[in-house]
Design a protein around this ligand. Structure first.
Ligand code: UGA
Length: 438
């Protein structure tokens, strides 16, 4: 099937590559001509494991192409996906101006049936608005459908998530649109949840908010575990093995970051309010998330007493492992807090150094070094902030020898406290109070 994708950012490019991989003919559009020129040569700007190979493979097979004209996208395919940014406005609502603008251009470019599908994360009732705009700005009598097909892929595992999704949600208004979706997703062999457009839009916001809720919930439980000397990991396991709860997204740590959770929880709160529904739980999820990074830094202060002029090695700046993304990175915020306390901070991340350097350039007391052992040299403490697998496998006895005082703050609970204490470290995690009793 032929598919056009408008917006070749994270979601658009991954979606395009994956559809092409499954045998569809895909045209990806972006208004950034430089980006399109690079993509035409198989150069992918973002780091996502396997994505550049997949793009190059499908370019070669002529199943994937790139352009910057929306008009071409409309001529190329009957199915058009909108994968556009919906950044937060100061009031928490999503900025839908990119969607509205593109909908108007599409309206002016179509003269026969098209299915226009929103894949960007949008508040409920956006589909209704898109439909209104296309009807208003297109030639009289042009036949079209709108649909909603929210994306659930995670950065760092985007290809696996998109190739083998837990479910595919499609919101439609007609049998014709439903049949197109069924055809499109046939090669995926996945659970298809077919529903109306409003419900599909709510599913996306509710799913991300619920995942954020799980994280904030376990982070609050972690504080209790610290206070009474219990272990949040075993508490999470004991809870999560109840199938009704599930073990995933119960990893306590310095909180969630990234371009989605905070934005979506706030946008969900805002749209609820706009429709007259109070949902204060959503605000609390965010409050807890903002607090837990402070809690972590206080732990460091408590242990070191004075942070000023202490050398603190930081492992991890990306908002999660396997990405170079630092958007809303809690890690960057923690480094800033340590910088504000006048610590001498030395950082390392396997992929996010370039982005982090830009974000932290005002800080004279924050340096970047070439590897994890460099970070440890002469350090009064080490703070692990991102859950990169390579940080689990470091030679910690070597690290102990390199450090001035062997204290580890494990902001992602990735180390085994028993082993790490055996290696001669003072260990401080999030909710690992059981192991921190002296
Ligand atoms: C999230 C959702 O998981 C995807 O389903 C969704 O499609 C995506 O947002 C989106 O809306 O585009 P993503 O933000 O890429 O994906 O990454 P996650 O794996 O969800 O992690 C988000 C944050 O939560 C990270 O900072 C991670 O470290 C943190 N986290 C995750 C925890 O602190 N504890 C956990 O147990 C899990």
């Amino acid at each position: 099937m032929k598919i056009s994708i408008i917006g070749s950012g994270y979601v658009g490019l991954t979606t395009g590559a994956v559809f092409a991989e499954k045998g569809h003919d895909v045209l990806c559009i972006d208004k950034d001509i430089n980006k399109i020129n690079r993509l035409k040569k198989g150069v992918v700007d973002i780091y996502e494991p396997g994505l550049d190979e997949m793009v190059r493979r499908n370019l070669k097979k002529h199943r994937l192409s790139f352009d910057s004209s929306i008009e071409k996208a409309c001529n190329f395919a009957k199915v058009i996906f909108l994968c556009l940014p919906t950044p937060p406005l100061p009031n928490g609502m999503a900025d839908l101006s990119f969607i509205e603008e593109v909908a108007r251009v599409i309206a002016g470019s179509i003269s026969e049936y098209h299915l226009i599908v929103d894949k960007s994360t949008v508040p409920v009732k956006t589909g209704e608005r898109v439909k209104q705009i296309i009807a208003r700005y297109s030639k009289k009598g042009v036949d079209f459908d709108v649909g909603s097909n929210p994306e659930f892929l995670r950065e760092g595992s985007a290809l696996d998530d998109a190739l083998t999704p837990d479910r595919i949600v499609v919101g439609v208004e007609s049998k014709r649109a439903e049949l197109i979706f069924r055809d499109l997703y046939k090669p995926f062999n996945a659970n298809l949840v077919v529903t109306d457009i409003n419900s599909a839009e709510i599913i996306k916001h509710a799913a991300n908010s619920f995942l954020a809720l799980k994280i904030s919930f376990i982070n609050s439980v972690a504080k209790l575990c610290d206070t009474v000397g219990a272990d949040v990991k075993v508490v999470a396991k004991g809870m999560g093995l109840d199938k009704r709860i599930g073990t995933e997204f119960l990893n306590a740590g310095i909180g969630y970051g990234g371009s989605c959770f905070s934005k979506d929880v706030n946008a969900f709160y805002a749209i609820c309010r706009e429709t007259g529904v109070e949902f204060p739980l959503l605000k609390e999820i965010e409050n807890i998330n903002a607090d837990i990074r402070q809690y972590f830094v206080k732990k460091i202060q408590q242990e070191l007493w004075i942070v000023k002029n202490k050398k603190i090695g930081v492992l991890g700046l990306a908002f999660k492992k396997d990405t170079d993304d630092i958007r809303n990175s809690v890690q960057i915020e923690v480094v800033k807090l340590l910088g504000d306390l006048k610590g001498i901070v030395s950082c390392y991340d396997p992929k996010a150094m370039k982005n982090a350097k830009k974000a932290l350039k005002e800080y004279q007391n924050i340096a970047f070094v070439s590897g994890p052992y460099e970070v440890a040299k002469g350090a009064d403490a080490l703070a692990i902030l991102t859950d990169w697998d390579e940080f689990r496998r470091l030679d910690y006895s070597k690290i102990r020898k390199l450090m001035k005082t062997p204290i580890i703050f494990d902001g992602r609970n990735i180390l085994d406290p028993v082993e790490i204490k055996k290696a001669g470290f003072v260990y401080r995690g999030i909710g690992r109070g059981y192991y921190e009793k002296e």
